[in-house]
Design a protein around this ligand. Structure first.
Ligand code: TYD
Length: 200
C-alpha cells in the first residue's frame, strides 16, 4: 500500500504522517515514512538545491526537472523496493505536489508534468489532502526555521496551490480524500486519517 500526504505549507501533514506510522507499527505493520523532495541521498542534495540555493533558475523547466530526478530515484531506490517487500509506504508529498505547485502555482504545462509522471509510472493507492486556509498555513510555516524558496512566495501563489489540490481531489475522488483541518486538533485529524484508511 502506497499512501501519500499532501497540502499547502503548514497544513500538518508531516505531524500526521508520523502519527500514522506509529499507529500502524503498533498494529504490527511494517511501514516506511519517506518524503519528496529528499527521500534518497541524491534527493537530499537535490532538495537543498531546489529549496535553499540562492541561485535563481534561468529556464522555467529547471526546477520541475529537478523534482523529477528526485522522484525517479526515490521511486526506484526506496518506494518500489519497499512495496515489493510488502511494506506500507507513507510519503510526505508526491506527484500531486507538482500539479499543485508547478502547474497551478507556477503556471507550468500540465501536459509536460503528465508526461514526466508517466515515466515515473507509480500512482498512490490513497492520498490524503490536508486542506487549510492558506494564511493560517503560512503563519505556521513562518514560526519554523528559515523560509525556503516556496514559503517565500506571495499569498496568491499559495492560493493557486490550494486550488490545484482541490481540483485534483475533485478529479480523483476515489484515490484522494480531503480533510478540512482548519481549527481541528491533532488528535481529531489523526482519527480522521485512520477512518479514511479503514483503521478504526
Ligand atoms: P516540504 O518538505 O513539505 O517542506 P517543509 O518541510 O518546509 O514543510 O516541501 C518542500 C517544498 O517543495 C514545499 O514548499 C512544496 C515544494 N514542492 C513542489 O513545489 N513540487 C513538488 O513536486 C514537491 C514534491 C514539493
Amino acid at each position: 500500500m502506497f499512501i501519500t500526504f499532501e497540502g499547502v505549507e503548514g497544513c500538518g501533514k508531516s505531524t500526521q504522517s508520523s502519527l500514522l506510522k506509529g499507529a500502524l507499527e503498533k498494529d504490527g505493520k511494517s511501514v516506511i515514512l519517506t518524503r519528496e523532495p529528499g527521500g534518497t541521498d541524491i534527493g537530499v542534495e537535490i532538495r537543498n538545491i531546489i529549496l535553499h540555493s540562492t541561485i535563481d533558475f534561468t529556464h522555467e523547466y529547471s526546477e520541475l526537472l529537478l523534482f523529477y530526478v528526485d522522484r525517479l530515484e526515490h521511486v526506484k531506490r526506496v518506494i518500489e523496493p519497499a512495496l515489493k517487500e510488502g511494506k506500507i509506504v507513507l510519503c510526505d508529498r508526491y506527484i500531486d505536489s507538482t500539479i499543485a505547485y508547478q502547474v497551478f502555482g507556477r503556471g507550468m504545462s500540465r501536459d509536460v508534468v503528465d508526461r514526466l509522471s508517466s515515466i515515473v509510472n507509480l500512482t498512490p493507492d490513497k492520498t490524503i489532502l490536508f486542506d487549510l486556509n492558506v494564511e493560517e498555513g503560512i503563519r505556521r510555516a513562518k514560526k519554523r526555521a528559515d523560509l525556503d524558496r516556496f514559503e517565500k512566495e506571495e499569498l496568491a501563489f499559495h492560493e493557486r496551490v490550494r486550488e490545484g489540490y482541490l481540483d485534483q481531489a475533485q478529479k480523483h475522488p476515489h484515490r484522494m480524500t480531503k480533510i478540512d483541518v482548519d481549527g481541528k486538533n491533532i488528535g481529531d485529524i489523526h482519527t480522521d486519517v485512520k477512518k479514511i484508511l479503514g483503521l478504526s
